[in-house]
Design a protein around this ligand. Structure first.
Ligand SMILES: *[C@@H]1O[C@H](CO)[C@@H](O)[C@H](O)[C@H]1NC(C)=O
Ligand SMILES: *[C@@H]1O[C@H](CO)[C@@H](O)[C@H](O)[C@H]1NC(C)=O
Ligand SMILES: *[C@@H]1O[C@H](CO)[C@@H](O)[C@H](O)[C@H]1NC(C)=O
Ligand SMILES: *[C@@H]1O[C@H](CO)[C@@H](O)[C@H](O)[C@H]1NC(C)=O
Ligand SMILES: *[C@@H]1O[C@H](CO)[C@@H](O)[C@H](O)[C@H]1NC(C)=O
Length: 797
């Protein structure tokens, strides 16, 4: 807090400069000071105060190991009073009265600066402090003041600095604090027990330069502070704030957010904060890529991102700023190598660099194996799109739905839903070529269609990462991929068409769904469907890669549609859970990751495309795993198929339950609950009856205080390797998903949040277990702060 002591110094020197030749202090003020001495029970640093003391001549001052005192005057009146005891001084005796002290202080009408720190003051902060109307700087830190900030203080309109650190003050922060004190430049409330949200009004304090709310019990998002052009320092460490990263002006110098509940990614704008010197976001729930550009900000001295789940790769050549003195990247999911500039012995003073417990190249045993980070990164790779708009649900789409089964046949036990029969004769079909690749890449869509895309959510943009771009295919290409739609490539067939596997010219394996088009289908609705299909792209869906039309030679109407999907190689989820052999069963972390993947897929289907796809009849056998164990929903409710089948099939119906179509999204949540039940218990579930039985065991397991039943509920293949807290979180969310009443089931965001939380506590638990297993680089301080983190149960609601 050097900044503040500067402030005091500047103030001091201003007053001193104005000081005329020494004059005697008014006798009434001498008497007041002596009275204060008594009220404070004659503390040692005031022991030399007598009625005869020349207070304004400097004789009131004292500087010793146990405390300090100073009186400064302007003319014959006291303008500054500093009395500071040793940190941790005990409370004053019971005959002390804070009210009497403040009443006495108010006899110093010109007092501008008041420091009464660590001298054992106790009692509620009196509102009548406002009688000291000239006050500009107040520092009463390190005492035993309790109660809330009294309304009366709002009358101290000249107040510039208010420091109440290290007391026992509490209650909610008053909203007037942002409006009543127009000159306030420093507000420091560190280490009290304030709770509740930080009032919006704080975001509109024109003069505020330093806001310190650290070590309280504050929660919720911080107000928008981007308009506070003077704000230089914000320290809110050690609260329960979040999840949104605070909006700050670009000129901040110090940003300390550590030990809170901030989540999501770092805002991109941060790398343009050219004055930033100190950035501490450690011990939160941040996910997503770490921006190495932060290391090379021109002013930066101190960066800590420890204890999050930042991903990304660092390189030898990653540049770093000249002033960098401390970098802590520990306990994240970073890969690559520690930048050379950080290790350079020429840096003077040498930068302190902490990197343990990532997956960086290092042979000192401080790193995790890189598959760990890869897997975890995949699990947290996408920041869930929060901005789901209120899209009018189209109940009609839901009615009588039949699924498109996008089968990707896998080596192990995949249930092929199509009945494989001999394909119909193919030679007789009249074909013309679809438009060539060049003119119909994804940008080649009718521009109207793209203009119609009312919104592309974050989910869409981020979710499609890594999937080849959507394009249209030529029939020639698809014929080549399937050896002319040869029978041995046929995976299945139903009344609307066939499903083939194939391999594109560049080696990419695909599945190709063919679909006969009814003549009644209007071009417009057809285009709309294609538009929707082209958006079915997300890392947790078996995604559409493109389409191809086949035209009638006579009237050039579309007769057949081919949709090309990803081919997912690694089996379905059941084959790695309940029907897996011992060695291939997923670990607990992998199971949570898979569940998170499914939930993200559902979130995308519900919120990432228009119209939302609900009622997807999710089943564990239709959840496929790719080679990185990323779960992909392999079967969902493609509108064009739903429409085509509405007429000729009376709805496949839901396997396990029947909600009103209005709650199609909650039907998906229920189905997800069933999947989760199997994922946790490791028992194959094939009927509603089995669901009911397991639900009862589930309730029983959750309620068990001794964990024993919880452990026995979990699949024995994982029950040893999972933390109880993680298990209980998953069980609880599973139970809520399976609620009988659709409305009582959680939103997919809620599900995701809980699963991500379960993943994190599991991760922490594994790290803890791993590090106590020897060779741990986790420092004792980081361990301590981990223990100090708030209990997860409070977090979940
Ligand atoms: C408050 O006063 C104490 C004692 O003089 C000092 O150590 C501390 O830095 C001051 N706090 C602020 C924020 O200026
Ligand atoms: C409080 O009590 C102490 C003795 O315990 C006494 O010395 C002191 O003068 C009293 N202070 C006041 C303000 O009464
Ligand atoms: C200062 O504190 C020490 C012990 O911490 C004590 O021995 C000494 O007497 C104190 N000095 C004064 C002036 O009170
Ligand atoms: C907070 O204040 C308490 C006493 O009020 C003290 O024991 C503790 O060390 C302080 N913590 C910090 C971080 O300053
Ligand atoms: C925060 O609140 C909890 C209970 O609500 C309490 O136990 C804890 O002491 C509080 N923390 C602080 C720093 O006051």
């Amino acid at each position: 807090m050097t900044r503040r002591s500067h402030l005091l110094l500047i103030f001091g020197s201003v007053f001193l400069a104005l000081l005329p030749e020494t004059t005697q202090l008014q006798p009434s003020q001498v008497w007041t000071l002596i009275k204060i001495q008594q009220l404070l029970n004659n503390p040692p640093m005031l022991s030399h105060w007598r009625r005869s003391t020349d207070f304004c001549g400097g004789a009131g001052g004292f500087m010793g190991p146990n405390g300090s005192a100073a009186v400064l005057c302007y003319g014959d009146t006291v303008t500054q009073l500093h009395i500071a005891g040793a940190p941790g001084s005990p409370p004053l005796p019971t005959n002390f009265s804070i009210g009497a002290l403040v009443t006495t202080l108010s006899r110093l009408p010109d007092l501008k600066v008041l420091t009464l720190s660590s001298i054992g003051l106790w009692g509620p902060l009196p509102g009548k402090l406002s009688r000291l109307a000239a006050l500009e700087i107040v520092n009463v830190s390190g005492n035993y003041l309790y109660g809330d900030i009294p309304r009366g203080m709002s009358r101290l309109v000249g107040l510039q600095t208010l420091v109440l650190d290290g007391n026992m003050l509490g209650g909610e922060l008053p909203a007037w604090i942002g409006t009543a004190l127009p000159s306030l430049a420093v507000l420091s409330l560190r280490n009290n027990t304030f709770h509740g949200a930080v009032p919006e009004s704080i975001g509109s304090m024109p003069s505020l330069r330093s806001l310190v709310l650290a070590s309280n019990n504050l929660s919720g998002n911080l107000p928008d502070m981007s308009r506070m052009t003077n704000l230089q320092a914000i320290d809110v460490a050690g609260n329960s704030l979040g999840p949104a990263f605070p909006k700050l002006g670009r000129k901040v110098v110090t940003v300390v957010l550590s030990r809170n509940r901030f989540a999501g990614g770092l805002p991109e704008a941060l790398s343009s904060f050219y004055l930033l010197e100190r950035l501490d976001v450690s011990w939160n729930r941040f996910v997503g890529p770490f921006t190495p550009a932060l290391l090379s900000l021109p002013s930066v001295r101190y960066i800590s991102i420890a204890g999050n789940r930042f991903t990304g790769t660092l390189f030898d050549k990653t540049p770093c700023g000249e002033n960098l003195q401390f970098v802590d990247l520990s306990l994240n999911l970073l890969m690559g190598s520690v930048p050379t500039c950080l290790r350079s012995p020429e840096r003077k003073p040498a930068t302190v660099v902490l990197v343990s417990t990532n997956c960086l190249d290092s042979s000192d045993g401080s790193q995790r194996p890189s598959p760990f980070c890869q897997n975890q990164a995949l699990a947290v790779g996408i920041v869930p799109g929060k901005e789901r708009k209120n899209i009018g649900r189209q109940a009609g789409v839901v009615a009588g739905i039949v699924m498109a089964i996008l089968v990707a046949v896998s080596a192990v036990g995949f249930i092929v839903v199509f009945s494989v029969r001999k394909a119909a004769t193919k030679g007789s079909k009249a074909r013309t070529l679809a438009p060539s690749e060049e003119e119909s890449s994804s940008t080649g869509y009718p521009s109207k269609m793209l203009a119609d895309a009312r919104y592309i959510s974050q989910t869409v943009k981020l979710g499609a990462l890594g999937i080849p771009s959507y394009r249209s295919f030529s029939l020639v290409e698809l014929e080549a991929a399937t050896n002319n739609f040869e029978n041995s490539y046929l995976l299945g067939q139903d009344s609307h068409g066939e499903m083939y596997r194939g391999r594109l010219g560049n080696g990419t394996p695909v599945t190709i769904r063919t679909l006969k088009i009814k003549r009644s289908q209007t071009t417009q609705s057809f285009n709309r469907h294609i538009e929707t299909i082209s958006r079915l792209r997300h890392q947790n869906l078996v995604s559409a890669l493109g389409h191809c039309f086949e035209y009638d030679l006579d009237d050039s109407t579309v007769t057949q549609l081919y949709i090309v999907f990803e081919y997912v190689q690694n089996g379905n989820l059941r084959s790695r859970i309940s029907q897996g052999t011992e060695g291939c069963k997923l670990t607990w972390s992998q199971r949570i990751s898979a569940a998170i993947g499914i939930a993200k897929g559902i979130q995308f289907l519900h919120g990432g495309i228009i119209p939302p796809l609900v009622g997807n009849d999710l089943r564990i056998t239709n959840i496929l795993l790719d080679q990185n164990h990323v779960a992909k929903i392999g079967s969902y409710n493609i509108p064009i198929l739903a429409e085509a089948m509405k007429s000729d099939q009376g709805g496949a119906g839901n396997k396990f339950q029947s909600d009103s179509p209005m709650y199609g999204d909650k039907t998906d949540i229920f189905d997800f609950g069933v999947i989760l039940l199997e994922v946790v218990s490791g028992k194959t579930i094939t009927s509603m009856y089995e669901v009911d039985i397991l639900k009862e065991l589930l309730a029983w397991a959750i309620a068990d205080e001794d964990r024993v039943r919880r452990r026995s509920f979990a699949d024995p293949a994982v029950s040893k390797g999972c933390s109880d807290e993680s298990l209980r979180t998953v069980l609880e969310i599973c139970q809520r998903c399976l609620a009988k009443e659709a409305l009582q089931r959680p939103s997919v965001e809620d599900v995701l949040w809980n699963l991500q939380f379960a993943a994190q506590v599991q991760d922490d638990w594994e790290v803890e277990a791993w590090s106590s297993g020897g060779g741990s680089p986790v420092s004792s301080s980081s361990r301590a702060s981990r223990v100090a983190r708030p209990s997860p149960l409070n977090l979940s609601r």
